[in-house]
Design a binder for this molecule. Structure first.
Ligand code: AFP
Length: 336
């Protein structure tokens, strides 16, 4: 792999506006602080439930709470951010009225992985803010994903990486622990249209809709079934890790509609997970739907809205849509 040896700050100067560059640098600085805490692990007192007390009698916070606070404080101090919305907070946090950007983030995706020393990450999305001089409200955030100006994620795995898009391809950076700088390692990430690998929590099988159940059954039949080839399955239980794997070696990821919890249209959040990851996946040449409809076309109705997600290799995503179309049902099971 070619190492371009260009640092993130230099890359940002060349590829985006000063406002977005400054906001991404704020996110990147916070990610390095989060990664430092993750590396210290149990020794940093970050494992376990929030709400306990340390030896000084101070409240101990779980790392997802600490990460949330870190990002929130840093972003609200950035003059370009009009407001911030976090998966961890009920309400949005207005910041600087003259800012031109809105930022949403999931501070630690896959946080149930922290205590088992597995991969987690931070996902973010940057949207335009149109009401300078006024205090931003939740309504300002309710923009379809196609309006995102930038999105990306920091993945804290065996190494720390950043995937980033401004709508002109996806670039990947790796954190150099010595210089504490993100270094560009790949300027054009692309996803293969086909795959032989899929990711789904198969324990939910009995709650899936018929088209999705049929699809997974076809894959499981491998070279004895209609797909005529064997498939491999992986599930990290952190979307960030499953999506990163797809960017690196291809695949299809599904957290589909299921009937497990009445009234929930899926597990993943549109504004914090589905939209930013869809932007990355599409920009890498993949596709992203709720099973039927392009996710980035969906008009959000609430900041914490949940949505089914099917993303990755274009041919597989389109095939899943065709199964829903043939069955005459929408991704949420309603009849067309
Ligand atoms: P946590 O952040 O609570 O660990 O949830 C992670 C997540 O939202 C997403 O990153 C995973 O793909 C998905 O949940 C895993 O869900 P299951 O627990 O159903 O496998």
């Amino acid at each position: 792999m070619t190492i371009f040896a260009q640092n993130l700050d230099q890359y940002l100067k060349e590829h985006t506006s000063p406002e977005i560059a400054s906001t991404v640098m704020t996110l990147a600085d916070s990610s390095i602080a989060i990664r430092d805490l993750l590396n210290k692990g149990v020794l940093a007192g970050i494992h376990g439930e929030a709400g306990g007390q340390n030896i000084q009698g101070e409240t101990q916070k779980k790392l997802d709470v600490i990460s949330n606070d870190l990002l929130l404080n840093a972003l609200t101090q950035n003059s370009n951010c009009a407001a911030v919305a976090s998966e961890e907070l009920d309400d949005i946090s207005p910041a600087n009225q003259d800012g031109t950007l809105l930022v949403t983030f999931d501070p630690l995706d896959g946080s149930s992985n922290i205590d088992i020393n597995m991969t987690v990450g931070t996902i973010f999305s940057i949207l335009p803010y149109h009401h300078q001089g006024q205090v931003a409200t939740e309504t300002d955030f309710l923009q379809a994903g196609k309006h995102q100006l930038a999105s990306g994620y920091f993945i804290y795995g065996t190494s720390t990486m950043l995937a980033l898009t401004f709508g002109a391809g996806v670039s990947m950076f790796s954190l150099d622990p010595a210089s504490r700088q993100y270094v560009l390692i790949n300027e054009r990430i692309t996803i293969s249209q086909q795959t032989a690998e899929y990711a789904i929590n198969a324990s939910n099988r009995r709650y899936w809709l018929a088209p999705l159940a049929q699809y997974i059954e076809e894959l499981a039949q491998g070279d004895t079934g209609v797909r005529n080839k064997d498939y491999n399955m992986r599930w990290v239980a952190a979307m960030i890790a499953d999506v990163h794997r797809i960017l690196v070696r291809g695949g299809v990821f599904m957290y589909p509609f299921d009937t497990k919890i009445a009234g929930k249209a899926g597990k993943l959040r549109l504004m914090y997970e589905a939209n930013p990851m869809s932007f990355i996946i599409e920009q890498a040449g993949g596709a992203s739907t709720d099973g039927v409809q392009r996710i980035m076309d969906i008009e959000p109705t609430g900041i914490h809205q949940r949505i089914p997600v099917v993303l990755g290799a274009k041919q597989e995503v389109e095939y899943i849509k065709s199964l829903h179309d043939q069955a005459g049902i929408l991704a949420n099971g309603e009849k067309i």
